[in-house]
Design a protein. Structure first.
Length: 140
């Protein structure tokens, strides 16, 4: 029985460790190129010297055993919030996260109202047309 428990724990640990480990690619995919010359690429795809330097820094921090959050915090301290590809969900940056869903909702309401108004106009036209046909039948 004890062997089964140890075997189960071993497999759980072996399967869980790769999930918990963060890679250089995962981190650099969430970072902008820190090049001040106007580069707008994500660091993982960029070949600028500054992006290559950033990748080396991330690799060194991972080798030191720093967590993903610690790496992001150090990079933000060094380069500023602009190095993050997605704004953090705090403070004024919440507007960015709320703008898209709010825009979709407002847009949906506007489209609904416009289509509803047009449906009402069509219904009025149909009623008027039916009255016209009924009056025409009376006169014939």
């Amino acid at each position: 029985m004890m062997k089964k428990i140890i075997t189960a724990w071993f497999f759980l640990l072996v399967l869980a460790v790769p999930v918990l480990a963060v890679t250089e690619e995962e981190i650099t995919a969430n970072l902008n190129c820190p090049d001040q010359g106007g580069c707008t690429m994500i660091a993982i795809d960029c070949t600028c010297p500054s992006a290559l330097e950033l990748k080396d820094k991330v690799r060194a921090m991972l080798d030191q055993g720093l967590s993903e959050k610690q790496i992001y915090n150090k990079l933000v301290a060094e380069y500023g919030k602009g190095v993050l590809a997605t704004p953090p969900k705090e403070g004024f940056d919440w507007i960015v996260w709320l703008a898209l869903p709010a825009g979709v909702i407002v847009g949906g309401v506007v489209v609904y109202k416009i289509s509803r108004k047009r449906m009402d106009e069509n219904e009025e036209f149909e009623l008027e047309y039916e009255k016209f046909l009924q009056e025409r039948e009376k006169h014939e």
